[in-house]
Design a protein around this ligand. Sequence first.
Ligand code: TXA
Ligand code: MG
Length: 338
Amino acid sequence: MDTLLFNENNYDQLIQAADMIKNGEVVGMPTETVYGLAANACNPDAVAKIFKAKGRPSDNPLIVHLSSFSDAAHYTSYIPELAYKIADKFCPGPITMIFPKNDKIPLITSGGLDTVGIRIPSHKTARKLIELSGCPIAAPSANTSGYPSPTEASHVMLDMNGKIPAVIDGGKCSCGVESTVISFDNDNTVRILRPGFVTREDLLTLNCNVIVDNAILNEIAEDEKVSSPGMKYTHYSPDAKVSLVEGSFDDFAEFARNNKNQDTYFLIFDNDSLDINCNFLTYGNNSTEQAHNIFACLRKLDELGAKKVFVRVPDKNGIGLAVYNRLIRAAGFEVIKI
Ligand code: TXA
Ligand code: MG
């Protein structure tokens, strides 16, 4: 089966995509964060096809996408008051909140957990698809498990061609990194399990406690219990071996001079200029730009045949924490301090 490429502006094709979802199929869907693999979250056979297409471990739960936060109560057994405040401020948008689930969400969708992540995407096509399908939509990022997330339809086609019936092209994703995932330690405390565009600082404006989970920046031991199964898997890794390099740009330039090689690439900021003859790509000058570009750059490096990549460490504040979190995982936690 060849995968069809639909255009988000073609209404007939959107209806066709929604029919596929109604019929238990999986469709590549644009969102404001990254592309997702969308299927009916309440249909275990459809959800099983997502796991198969991605090659995803069965204990890694899927996020359930709804068109309005007011629908969250249909699929959950408890929602703290604070969640409504967060939803008022940040939904629809790039945030996922984890609640105890009810029986409408099958265990295959929740990876066997008794909780479910709920997200209300803001992307107009994702919202339209949820509406036309008439069901909650389970959607992980549309990459092959372990590979960088897709931020363009062509990335999804590359990973999923022949594995799913259709991908909807909605252009480049505006955020470029996946949603912020939070859980509730208690009624006034949220825990960030995955950083994203809704930052710690944003959440603090609601006068709640905000904990940044230890696993966001640190490698976890094999036997350690994790709050989110995704934390224990290899992630975002291109075929090229990635290392982060932390230090001033002058030191980085010196490092590049000593480590340049035919198959080696340097991933630097747009304003950096390396006055040596070496392979390089740039990924933006500030955290928003870097978030927007990072996954496309990691994919591009493989396309260019890079074997080894040294990345200039991004700022770790605000949205930068999300960029750093993806990069440090892509690098298998290897940071070279210079
Ligand atoms: O922006 C996004 O969130 C994208 C778009 C498509 O919406 N989706 C996405 O899904 O990134 P995925 O499956 O690639 O990442 C979801 C992460 C995983 O690390 C998973 O372990 C965690 O969220 N997660 C989902 N449900 C959870 C739950 N009930 N408890 C703990 N962690 C959960
Ligand atoms: Mg993912």
